[in-house]
Design a protein around this ligand. Sequence first.
Ligand code: P5A
Length: 439
Amino acid sequence: MRLSRSFLPVMKESPAAAEIVSHKLMLRAGLVRQTAAGIYAWLPIGLRVLTKIEQIVREEQDKAGAIEMLMPTLQSADLWRQSGRYDAYGPEMLRITDRHDREMLYGPTNEEMITSIFAGEARSYRDLPRTLYHIQWKFRDEVRPRFGVMRGREFLMKDAYSFDLDEAGARNSYYTQLLAYLRTFQRLGIQAVPMKAASGPIGGDLSHEFIVLAPTGESEVFYDAAFDEFDWAQSGLSYDNAAGLEKLFEQVSATYSATDETHDEERWTKVAEDRRRTGRGIEVGHIFYFGTKYSESMGLKVSGPEGTMVTPEMGSYGIGVSRLVGAIIEASHDDAGIIWPDAVAPWKVGLVTMRGDDPATVAAADDIYARLQAAGVEVLYDDRDERGGVKLGSMDLIGLPWQLVLGPRGLANGLVELKNRRTGEKQELIIDDAINRLT
Ligand code: P5A
C-alpha cells in the first residue's frame, strides 16, 4: 500500500478525549474514529488488524472442531421473552421497534437465537455433539462506554455455543474451547491467563475469564508464575484426546489465578512467595458451562440412544475480537507508539524514503516495493514528499515490525537500513540482503 494513496490519517498530538494509551494510539495512528458514544468506524489500518485477529480466532475455532455460521445482529424480543432474559437484561439492551410495531433488539449475545435455531433442526443424539460459532457485531448499551474499543457499545465478538448429550460431553466441549483459547491467544502474540470467574448474568457453575496482562488493565490480577513458564497451549495435544483435555483443565484449575473479584487470600498464601505474580489485566475472553438453562427454556430436546427425550447440555464461549485490538496495544507499545506482534501487524514492513524529492532514492524504493510485493511481503510504502523525520515518527507510531529506510547517502554505497521496531536494532544491509531478510 502506498501511503500517498491510502487513507491513513496520523495525528501528532495526543487526543484529549482518550484516557488510556491504547485509545490514544488507536486514534493517533488512524485505526478508528468515534462516530457516536461507544461506536467506532474502523479505518483501513484498523480494519486490517481487526481482520487478522478475526482470522486467527476463526482458524483456531475450526481446528477445535467448531463450525462457523452467521446470525443476524437484530433479534426479535419474543426469543428473549422465552428465556426470560428480555426483562432481566435491563437497560443494557438496545430495544428497537419496527414499522409494524414489532419489538426487536440489537443482540448483546446469541444464546437464545442459536438454541432456537438448533432446536428447529436437531432430532436425535446423532446430531450431537456440535459446537457452532459466528463472528458478529454485538450491542450493549453500557452506561459509561470508555477506553475506546475496549468498552464500546457496539463491538465485535466471536461467540461459540456447544450442544452435548450429557454433562461429561459438555465438559469435554468446555475443555476443548479452553485449549482453543490458549492457542488463539498464544498465536496472537499475547499472554492471556485463564482465571476461574464468578458466574455472571449468563449463568452456570463453570466459567473462566481470559485476562491479558497489561499495566493499564481494568482489573487487578493475582497468578502463579507457572502461567509465565508452562506451555499451556501444548502443541502436541490433540482435540480428540479427552483425557488429555481433562488433565489440562485440572492443571489450569490447580494453578492459582484470580481477579480482585475472586481472589482468595488463603489459597494465595500457599503459593510460594517468589512465585506470586500480581498485576493488572483486561478480559479478552469468557467461557461458560450452563447446563440446560437455555435448552430447557427454548424447547431443545433430542431423542437419546435409549429412545427417551433428552435436554442437551450447553456452554457458550466468547472472545472480544474488537477489544483485542486495544488489549494488544495496551500490552505492546512504547513511548513512540504501537509495537504490533508479527501475527496481527497490519503490514510486515514499512518502506520509508528519507528524501521523497530525490529521484534516485524514489527509484530504488519503487523497485524494492515491487520486489517485496512480488515476494508476497505486506508492505506499507511511505512515498509521501514529507520530511524524513516525520515519516520515521509515523512509522514508529503505526508500529509495523520492520522498517526499511532508504536515504541518498546509504544508497550511494548500495546500502539500506533495516530497523526492528520492537528492539530498536538497526542494521545497514545491501538491498538484496535486506529483501532476503524480509522474505
Ligand atoms: C459468551 C459468548 C458472553 O457474552 N455469550 C456468548 C457469552 N460473554 S461476555 O463475557 O459477556 O462477553 C464475551 C467477551 O466479549 C467482550 N466484550 C466487550 N468488548 C468490547 N466492549 C464491550 N462493551 C464488551 N463486552 C464484552 C469481552 O472480551 C468478553 O470477554
